[in-house]
Design a protein around this ligand. Structure first.
Ligand code: KG4
Ligand code: ZN
Length: 343
């Protein structure tokens, strides 16, 4: 069945076509709104919704043309039902639900994080169930035990800021623009380790919880102190210690999760999963203590429609999705992945 995937939970409009029988992922396209929001130092929800509305139809036509298909070939339309920005979600949901209604095909609402954590299964080297998933994005930092499609158990999560949020806020403090995660990571590459002594929050707490808000505060305190005393700041060394702190905590908690669950496969998903220092450190830890690490293809690490179409395909194959039709619908800006369960 040919499935159109629609992702609009934040600042990327993602459209994709997936059909397992026809070879899997046939086409995908993403429009990033980063340049539009940059001037404001963060995502402006109203602008995000309006831009999604502008992009949805042209991007759908683009992926259909690339795959040599038409709207009439679609067997289902999947869209991100939550979590995310309410207006942005509504833009994608109204488009997807109206299109499905007009075509007389099912519309399938997908949990954004389910999309992220199943996306490594689209790779040529894919994990098999069960596995542990580390979800690290701008809005989430969670460790999940994935029993099978639709069955997710929360092992631990951040008590405050997400890892990506800590990256972005610290990058702003260092004047690196928005979103600063990738720029901060690049700056760290030329930094020397151990020159600053930032905290490694909750690294020895003995549980699978995280806390990242103190790190950004520690960076701010350090910058203020050096400003007052006229001390010189070495941004690349500071960036290096920040990255080492975040990566150190994430790796320690992942290793603990693998040990506690006894599982041997770790899936890393979400925007921060693109981070090269995190990948290198997780791969090394996996080799050292005996687990394999799986990532989505690089272009599928950040938000995209492919993961939404693919999650819908897996749910349909597992007989899970309550495929919705009809004109009434809603979105879920706040939605707990562990609560989606199996019907
Ligand atoms: O999953 P995502 O595209 O969007 C959601 O938050 O759902 O993740 C975006 C986050 C941002 O905070 C961005 O700064 C971070 O992922 N990010 C990175 C890197 N690439 C993206 N953080 C560190 N290093 C990177 N290379
Ligand atoms: Zn995301």
């Amino acid at each position: 069945m040919l499935i159109l995937g629609v992702e609009t939970s934040c600042d990327e409009t993602g459209l994709a076509l997936y059909d397992r029988q026809a070879g899997g992922l046939l086409a995908h396209a993403v429009h990033s709104q980063v340049a539009m929001h940059e001037a404001y130092g963060g995502v402006v929800p109203e602008l995000a919704s309006r831009d999604h509305l502008r992009r949805l139809v042209p991007l759908s036509r683009e992926v259909l043309a690339r795959a040599g298909r038409t709207f009439g070939d679609l067997g289902a339309v999947a869209y991100t039902e939550g979590p995310g920005l309410a207006g942005a979600l509504l833009a994608g949901a109204s488009f997807a639900r109206s299109l499905a209604h007009a075509l007389g095909v099912p519309a399938i609402g997908i949990h954004h994080l389910e999309g992220h954590l199943l996306s490594p299964l689209l790779s040529s080297t894919a994990p098999t169930f069960p596995f542990v998933a580390l979800l690290v994005s701008g809005g989430h930092t969670q460790l999940m035990r994935v029993h099978e499609v639709g069955c997710y158990e929360l092992l631990g999560e951040t008590q405050d800021d997400a890892a990506g949020e800590a990256f972005d806020k610290t990058a702003t403090l260092l004047g690196l623009g928005y979103p600063g995660g990738p720029a901060l990571s690049r700056l760290a590459e030329s930094g020397r380790p151990g020159r600053y002594k930032l905290p490694r929050p909750m690294i020895a707490s003995g549980d699978l919880e995280f806390s990242f808000s103190g790190l950004k505060t520690a960076v701010l305190t350090l910058l203020n102190k050096e400003n007052k005393t006229g001390g010189k700041i070495y941004p690349q060394n500071l960036a290096r210690d920040f990255v080492d702190a975040v990566v150190g905590v994430l790796v320690a908690k992942c290793a603990l999760a693998m040990q506690r669950t006894g599982l041997t496969q770790l899936v890393v998903a979400g925007g921060v999963g693109a981070n090269s220092q995190l990948r290198a450190a997780l791969n090394a830890k996996g080799k050292e203590v005996g687990f394999d690490v799986f990532y989505p293809e690089p272009e599928l690490c950040t938000d995209n429609g492919a993961m939404i179409a693919f999650a819908a395909a897996l749910r349909l194959e597992a007989g899970l999705s309550a495929a919705a039709t009809g004109p009434a619908f809603g979105v879920r800006p706040r939605w707990d992945l562990a609560a989606i369960g199996r019907p």
